[in-house]
Design a protein around this ligand. Structure first.
Ligand code: ATP
Length: 364
């Protein structure tokens, strides 16, 4: 792999904006993807992810801001000179060429000598584990196999940055998981800086070193998957990734920490809390597995269990809090909390050391 082993270069977005006519598709995006890092652009349909990817590729010229690859501004360069390789969801293989010819296409177009083309194609086929099917035509391959060939063809020309545009969207769920792991392995092996566009939060969580969560053209949070899960920066992020219970209340100091006085009644003690609005109004986001049941009469919010659903090793409880908010609590199926039955009244507490993110309602 020596040809592309050291391909890791930084990819930087500096104040990138884009408008289509009057509508703003991307607004003031600043991101630095480190050499060899895999960053996912994650967000709902229309949030601007594809627009950003097209801007990096040189398929679209941004309205403002700069793109730097390896520290060099590339905005004036055509796609072919940027050193980017793109894999699209529809593979776009040449139907009349076999696997080997598809993988070698970019090398031949660049005038690479036949012996070198053969060596590189061999290495790429091995990398994506397609050596045995090198003489098949695209129509004789499964979706996952076609995707491997598309990846090999893109990597054969040694791009400095790999762009993946919803590359697994056309694959069924099991195959998608296999391909996600496979591409992650190859990406790590090559150390190639990679940008993955996806609307699938599980895909972003399982593949990315860091995730940029986008909403309406802006990056709302850029951090490691576990940090985004535990400490979402806004209500949008909390709701888009995983399941979040959002409780409204007022934040007060309590000893060395804080407590949220819930509008639904009761209070929850927090070790730490981000600054909140001047009058203390705050929203608290708690993941279902970070709640636990407490005895009635303790200080937490109270409610009644409306439903319990077994989910593998866990039970998922749905509770209606006294103030009318519905929350979900997951507990280990064989733990103490699993004895609670539908119709029972319970109080809630945060598990010891559980993360609970606070945001001001305006930022929600
Ligand atoms: P999806 O997951 O649906 O592809 P996305 O997050 O990739 O969505 P973009 O395709 O980047 O979103 O689109 C961002 C915004 O720009 C959307 O509001 C979209 O309607 C708009 N848009 C995209 N392409 C064009 C275009 N060629 N002309 C006008 N508006 C466009």
């Amino acid at each position: 792999m020596s040809q592309i082993k050291d391909a890791g270069v930084p990819l930087q977005f500096a104040g990138v904006r884009h408008r289509y006519g009057d509508s703003v598709a991307v607004a003031d995006v600043d991101l630095l993807v480190e050499p060899g890092e895999l960053v996912a652009l994650l967000g709902p349909s229309g949030c601007g992810k594809t627009t950003l990817l097209r801007i990096v590729a040189g398929l679209l010229r941004q309205s403002a801001g700069r793109i730097l690859i390896g520290g060099r501004q590339v905005d004036g360069l055509p796609t072919a000179q940027r050193g980017v390789g793109i894999v699209f969801q529809n593979y776009a293989l040449f139907p009349h060429m076999n696997v080997r010819a598809n993988v070698g296409y970019g090398l031949r177009a660049r005038g690479v000598a036949a012996a070198q083309e053969r060596d590189t194609v061999d290495r790429m086929l091995e990398l994506v584990q397609m050596t045995a099917l090198a003489h098949r035509m695209p129509r004789e391959l499964s979706g996952g196999q076609q995707q491997r060939v598309a990846l090999a063809r893109t990597l054969a020309v040694a791009p400095r940055v790999l762009l993946l545009d919803e590359p697994f969207a056309a694959l069924d769920k099991n195959l998608r998981l296999d391909m996600q792991m496979e591409i992650r392995r190859i990406q790590r092996e090559l150390g190639i800086t990679t940008l993955l566009v996806t609307h699938d939060q599980e895909e972003a969580m399982s593949m990315a070193d860091r995730i940029a969560v986008m909403n309406a053209g802006r990056v709302e949070q850029f951090d490691r998957p576990e940090t985004i899960y535990d400490w979402p920066a806004s209500r949008f992020v909390a709701g888009f990734i995983g399941t979040a219970n959002v409780l409204q209340g007022r934040l007060q100091r309590l000893g060395s920490g804080y407590a949220l006085q819930c509008d639904a009644g009761g209070e929850l003690a927090l070790d730490d809390a981000a600054p909140c609005s001047r009058d203390g109004a705050a929203l608290l986001s708690v993941r279902p597995e970070h709640f636990a049941f407490a005895a009635q009469g303790t200080g937490g919010p109270h409610g009644t269990v409306s439903m319990v659903v077994p989910l593998g090793p866990q039970l998922v409880y749905e509770l209606m809090l006294d103030g009318g908010t519905s929350v979900k609590v997951t507990v280990p199926r064989h733990g103490e909390d699993a004895r609670v039955q539908p119709g029972e009244r319970v109080a809630l507490r945060l598990r010891d050391g559980a993360p609970a993110a606070v945001f001001v309602p305006e930022a929600a």
